[in-house]
Design a protein around this ligand. Sequence first.
Ligand SMILES: Cc1cc2nc3c(=O)[nH]c(=O)nc-3n(C[C@H](O)[C@H](O)[C@H](O)COP(=O)(O)OP(=O)(O)OC[C@H]3O[C@@H](n4cnc5c(N)ncnc54)[C@H](O)[C@@H]3O)c2cc1C
Length: 423
Amino acid sequence: MNEYKDKYVDYLSDESKLQGYCDYIEFPTCEEEVVDLISNCSKEDITITVQGGRTGIVGGSVPQGGLLMNMSKMDKIIGIEGEILSVMPGVPLFAINEFVNREKKGYIFPVDSTEKTASIGGIFSTGARGPRNYHFGDSINYFKGIEVIDFSGVKHILSMKDEVNDYYKKEGREGIVTKLHIQLIKKFNHIWGIVFLFDSIKDIVGFSEDVKKSDIKNILSFEYISDSTIDLIQEFSTGMDKLKGVPTFDKGMHMIYTEIFSDNQDDIEMSAEMLMELAAEHHCDIEKALAVSTEDDLEKMANYRHAAAECCNMFIEHVKKIDEGITKLSTDISGITDICYFANLKTDIKYVIFGHLLDAHLHMNLLPQNYEEYMEAKEIIKNISVENYLKGATIFTEHGIGKIKQYIVDAINDSILTQNKEK
Ligand SMILES: Cc1cc2nc3c(=O)[nH]c(=O)nc-3n(C[C@H](O)[C@H](O)[C@H](O)COP(=O)(O)OP(=O)(O)OC[C@H]3O[C@@H](n4cnc5c(N)ncnc54)[C@H](O)[C@@H]3O)c2cc1C
């Protein structure tokens, strides 16, 4: 096996900014090489960390010794049969989208996690999902089969949903995914995106609740971007070409960015009107609402939403210069229906909130300015996670546990033990 060399230093971290180390690094190009590496490691009792595109934000692909197996050279698109595309695990999402656009016109791969350099193996292994998950449902629905080599070197060819599910979101702990068969679906004829701005959280809540109760059935995504997130994007996105043409939004405003779809122009116009009326009832200045419908403009707005996450990571890179020990700190909680829970957090540490509002799946990123604040922020994230877990929320969803969130798992186990003792 290749001994680790300094030239591979970039492979020792992901977007969590956790720093790792390893003894060996390998870039297998085919399944046989994966099997050989597993066999060598098992003889010598060497642990394996699997790595995809390194865009994970919890340190799952960051090695802590042993062999780092990077999958980026298993990057072939194998072929397409009907609506099923077969790919190797190292293919990035942008390459899948480009291929489908070119070779299977009128179709899309509906998993739209916003970081397009993520590999399909990483997307499967973290259960990544994006804003359009609101309509399309969990990404597992679009993985129709996989091939996995487990850590005894045994190959599993799986196509039943339950079997595939056994490896979904497992973050490379159960085996190495070497092939995936993914489902493509037909594109909608029309998609419109609409930006609504509100100056109070109360109005955002009222608007969202009314949309949920309404007859509007063709919502594709419904994203919340807090006032502090808009400020952060403003501060860190200077020079991001992909945001050129997106207007500057007023300070102090909260945003809902929603997309609606239809194969029929009349339906989409009717839904847009209904949304406008509901927004106006909740004090949104409709004159300032922004509607987009071309692929270019929709992409720009998707880039804007993506910039929320990117700018958090840029912020962490910036404060890392003050203290190397600082890593990304974010929640990943599903099931908190009340946005005010996050918005009223009692802390002086800067934080931003964005995410999938109608599915009650918001992300909060704490942005500590120094190590002291970082330690306080870690505690806040832990307390929020434990409290909400005990109330039945799902606290590790699309980003996983990795290494960064292991301390939260330990805290949950401790509280369960304490609760059991008290019974
Ligand atoms: C700016 C930004 C925006 C983001 N937006 C989103 C978003 O909208 N939605 C979302 O869900 N996530 C998002 N993410 C997080 C990240 O893109 C996802 O977690 C993604 O799925 C990671 O894929 P990757 O290929 O980069 O995997 P890595 O980070 O390399 O690895 C992630 C995990 O998958 C495992 N793994 C990778 N490949 C394999 C394999 N072949 N077999 C077995 N295990 C494997 C690794 O061991 C690790 O535990 C974002 C990240 C950034 C930086």
